[in-house]
Design a protein around this ligand. Structure first.
Ligand SMILES: Nc1ncnc2c1ncn2[C@@H]1O[C@H](COP(=O)(O)OP(=O)(O)OP(=O)(O)O)[C@@H](O)[C@H]1O
Length: 377
């Protein structure tokens, strides 16, 4: 159990990234990223493999230089592509926690945790007090004299966390820190890390590809896709008001159906489905993506062949028992499927109508003259 009850609250620094891009040869991995992290704020970078999360973290750490743009940590300009200014990692006052713990096996836990303080030439007595304090905070005061190799994975990651915070850095960076741990341990440790960061008021950037982890730890989550930040918002806002179909798709929030608008009707899949949206939802555009969150869809029974503009029919791929009901995979088109919850098993291959609550639907117009997404609430 991590405890921060006796620590003094300290504020981390703000971080401002302006127009930062990263190119490797002809490959642009990050495109003109703007990101502002407030003092004491925890921001998660969430996105699929290869979207540029670690690359952005490495820029913040000073492990690589941006091709364009600049980065401030607090008042310090730590990287600026146009002037060539660059502050190396050891002079940025940052703590880092990696996926593989990166502890020194030949040192004791206390020596590992005290290493950043030694680098800062902090005297022995002060060092010992701070090491003991940091180990206490991560609930590992009793293993100070052990070697990391004799500890469990979860304990080793707590040692790495103690080492990252012991020198009271301005910013703590996490790169998929829980990926090597089993699910139960991940869930408990993420809650503990979040509590510790909040107690200490530390600014943190946390890279993960796990939605649950990002939502549990972050004040705001940035969704990265192909080197761009698609949306950065509080978890509730991301789920409740996604600003693009890509965000919906990545977070698996429901059904995204590309549609043409014809005489007020939404024509989907070349006419396979025809829906009658309420006035105002599609707002005069000719085509777009209709987003129906799971909460906007309710199974209303086996389709009887009749056309209903307020329901969409899908074919059950399979129903899987999940203890409190069934996870049902439904297919609407060759490439469009979602997983839904049903209290009863729905027969494989049967066609069901899903009633649409239009007040929960979103519309993302394709037409450039209608770039705002609309929501019918
Ligand atoms: N030093 C490098 N030279 C060339 N390409 C690189 C270099 N570092 C990263 N890349 C490329 O940049 C892209 C983004 O990599 P990055 O590690 O930032 O992704 P990520 O989102 O962290 O992915 P993952 O979740 O798999 O770690 C990848 O296509 C990767 O191959």
């Amino acid at each position: 159990m991590i405890s921060a009850e006796n620590s003094t609250r300290q504020a981390g620094s703000p971080v401002v990234v302006t127009g930062a891009s990263q190119r490797f040869g002809r490959n642009t991995v990050l495109e003109a990223i703007d990101l502002a992290v407030a003092p004491g704020e925890v921001v998660a970078l969430l996105g699929p493999s290869g979207c540029g999360k670690t690359t952005l973290l490495r820029l913040l750490a000073g492990l690589s230089r941006p091709t364009t743009g600049s980065i401030h940590i607090g008042d310090q300009l730590v990287a600026d592509a146009s002037s060539g200014a660059f502050v190396p990692p050891e002079r940025r006052s940052i703590g880092m926690v990696f996926q593989d713990y990166a502890l020194w096996p030949h040192m004791t836990v206390a020596q590992n945790v005290g290493f950043p303080l030694e680098m800062q030439n902090i005297g022995r007595a002060e060092r010992d007090t701070r090491i003991a304090g940091a180990l206490e905070m991560v609930g590992l005061g009793h293993v100070a004299d052990r070697q990391p190799g004799t500890l469990s994975g979860g304990q080793q990651q707590r040692v790495a966390l103690a080492r990252a915070i012991v020198s009271r850095p301005r910013l703590v960076l996490f790169d998929e820190p829980l990926s090597n741990l089993d699910r139960e341990l991940r869930e408990s440790l993420v809650v503990d890390i979040a509590a510790l960061l909040r107690k200490l008021g530390m600014t943190a950037v946390y890279v993960t590809h796990d939605h649950g982890e990002a939502f549990a730890i972050a004040d705001r989550v940035a969704i990265l896709h192909s080197g761009n930040i698609l949306q950065i918002d509080a978890p509730e806002q991301l789920v409740g008001r996604p600003t693009s179909p890509q965000v919906v798709d990545f977070l698996k929030l429901g059904l995204v159906l590309p549609a043409e608008v014809n005489n007020g009707e939404l024509v989907i899949g070349g006419g396979a489905h025809r829906l009658s949206p309420p006035a105002g939802l599609v707002n005069g555009s000719r085509s777009g993506d209709l987003f129906l969150p799971r909460s906007a869809l309710m199974a209303s029974g086996v389709n009887n062949g009749a056309r209903n503009g307020n329901a969409i029919s899908g074919t059950v791929v399979h129903s899987m028992f999940r203890g409190d009901g069934y996870a049902v995979q439904m297919r609407f088109d060759q490439n469009i499927a979602i997983e839904m919850f049903s209290a009863t098993r729905l027969g494989d291959g049967t066609v069901h109508d899903l009633d649409i609550s239009w007040d929960r639907a979103f519309w993302y117009p394709h037409d450039t003259s209608h770039t705002e997404r609309t929501h019918n609430a």
